[in-house]
Design a protein around this ligand. Structure first.
Ligand SMILES: C[S@@+](CC[C@H](N)C(=O)[O-])C[C@H]1O[C@@H](n2cnc3c(N)ncnc32)[C@H](O)[C@@H]1O
Length: 276
């Protein structure tokens, strides 16, 4: 892999892992075959590790469309991104496209361009949709947001094309179904809420409740039994400590970039759980 590429997330994403990277690096397996990141989000760890062979996945199809377009159709994306401006009326016009009948007729490039634009200009870089799947984050009022970071998008595109990176848009269990002994899986699921008011369920329509956390733990166990290296991050709640009591659990602190009002911003305890 060419080390000179500038690789980092191209979107702000709730639960983005940039704050935790130094802690996570200390606990990576020394060697592994394929890297799997089934809740990839903005991909902070992917772009930090830069594996030559990886499977990345997320259930959010607008997000995965961005990765695919950056990989396959970067030049058209850059042209489309250049048309956007940081203006409140323009923002709501683009944001509300998903409330119009013509939304389904938009090209994949236009959809990726819309998501990147909204992410750079909306309040706090949230991706949040209402119960009908419509983007509902207000305008961010930033003075000079960097809507097009051409250098970064080019680096990401090169990375995705020069390496063997499979991009999937499915459930975490299916995305890791083919993992073999010696592969490394990093799970960064929507976190177990620290309190009800801290609950952030804006990732997708289905939410990720405790039943989902149990299903994920069972899948963690299956991969463990297959001989994979499995690492998972989550919030440091009693429920999570109990679910993973048979594994190694390290407690770390992180500055959350996107946090609920109830908790305020600041340090929160998180856990790294591993089977190695
Ligand atoms: C905590 S975020 C990941 C943050 C990411 N590590 C980063 O650095 O930006 C969790 C992600 O899980 C995705 N997700 C939610 N339910 C899922 C499921 N059942 N399967 C796969 N992805 C899912 C969400 O769309 C969201 O992007």
């Amino acid at each position: 892999m060419e080390q000179e590429l500038r690789l980092q997330p191209f979107l702000k994403w709730a639960g983005g892992k940039r704050q935790l990277l130094s802690s996570i690096r200390a606990y990576l397996p020394k060697q592994f075959a394929t890297y799997y990141e089934p809740f990839v989000g903005a991909g902070a760890l992917l772009f930090d590790i830069r594996p030559e062979k990886a499977v990345i996945n997320d259930l959010n199809s607008e997000l995965i469309n961005c990765y695919r377009i950056i990989k396959e159709n970067l030049d058209e994306l850059l042209i489309d991104l250049a048309k956007h401006c940081n203006d409140v009326d323009y923002y709501y016009q683009i944001r509300d496209l998903d409330r119009q009948p013509q939304f389904n007729g938009m090209s994949a490039v236009e959809r990726a361009s819309r998501i990147i634009y909204l992410n750079k200009t909306c309040y706090n870089g949230l991706f949040r949709v209402n119960s009908e799947g419509q983007y509902n984050v207000p305008f961010g009022r930033y003075k000079n947001p960097r809507i097009v970071d051409e250098g970064l998008l080019r680096s990401i595109s090169s990375y995705l094309n020069q390496n063997d990176i499979k991009i999937l848009n499915t459930d975490f269990a299916e995305a890791t179904g083919e993992a073999q002994a010696g592969d490394f899986i990093y799970f960064d699921p929507p976190y177990d809420p620290v309190s009800n008011t801290a609950s952030f369920t804006g990732y997708n329509l289905s939410g990720f409740g405790r039943e989902e956390q149990v299903r994920l733990r069972d899948h963690f166990k299956t991969l463990d039994q297959k001989g994979c290296f499995v690492l998972l991050s989550n919030s440091a709640t009693e429920f999570i400590y109990e679910l993973y009591r048979n594994y190694k659990i390290v407690t770390v602190t992180a500055n959350r970039a996107i946090n609920s009002k109830a908790d305020g911003r600041g340090k929160v305890a998180e856990v790294l759980i591993m089977n190695y």
